[in-house]
Design a protein around this ligand. Structure first.
Ligand SMILES: Cc1cc2nc3c(=O)[nH]c(=O)nc-3n(C[C@H](O)[C@H](O)[C@H](O)COP(=O)(O)O)c2cc1C
Length: 160
């Protein structure tokens, strides 16, 4: 089995919360981590697995991630995973990106979400922000465990 190259595309614009998760995942998957603006459409064939992540903004991933996925050509079951940080970490806000990736022919093999610090709008004045200190070491450990599972899924699929 050859080495599986992994790319992580991460937009982390509010407090650099999500890039910390991207880095924890990349420690395990030995992935290249880039911002959407540095994504090179031509290089996509080099990767067996692509992770897409950002903070959640009004119930969706950051528009730079959604725009990027819109611009990708149709794939033939290339593996992908989705991650996010948010005030309320749920998989529901992954729906838009998930559907877009499926539409583009990706095989989405995992989702990860965790809390991220938020001090936008009234939360700044009322509470001095929500989810202070998040993501924290426990979140990074969960992210690494998630990456281990993704790695196993990828390895298993290369034998089937
Ligand atoms: C304009 C704005 C809108 C947001 N909308 C949501 C939301 O709909 N749901 C949620 O759980 N968190 C929401 N958040 C919180 C962010 O998802 C959270 O702070 C995230 O960790 C930011 O990640 P980043 O620092 O990597 O950009 C919002 C934050 C901002 C600034």
């Amino acid at each position: 089995m050859g080495n599986k190259a992994t790319l992580i595309v991460c937009a982390s614009v509010h407090h650099k919360n999500t890039i910390k998760i991207a880095n924890a995942i990349s420690d395990i998957l030995e992935a290249d981590v880039i911002e959407p603006k540095d994504f090179d459409i031509e290089s996509i064939s080099r990767y067996d697995l692509i992770g897409f992540g950002s903070g959640i903004y009004n119930g969706k991933h950051h528009e730079s991630i959604l725009n990027l996925v819109s611009s990708i050509n149709k794939q033939n079951n290339k593996k992908a995973f989705i991650f996010s940080t948010a005030t309320i970490p749920l998989e529901v806000p992954h729906k838009t990106l998930n559907e877009m990736l499926i539409e583009k022919g990706f095989d989405v093999i995992g989702h990860f979400c965790c809390k991220g610090f938020m001090d936008y709008s009234f939360t700044k004045y009322l509470f001095r922000g929500l989810n202070k200190g998040r993501p924290n070491n426990k979140d990074f450990e969960r992210a690494r465990q998630f990456a281990m599972k993704i790695k196993q899924t990828l390895q298993a699929s290369s034998f089937s």
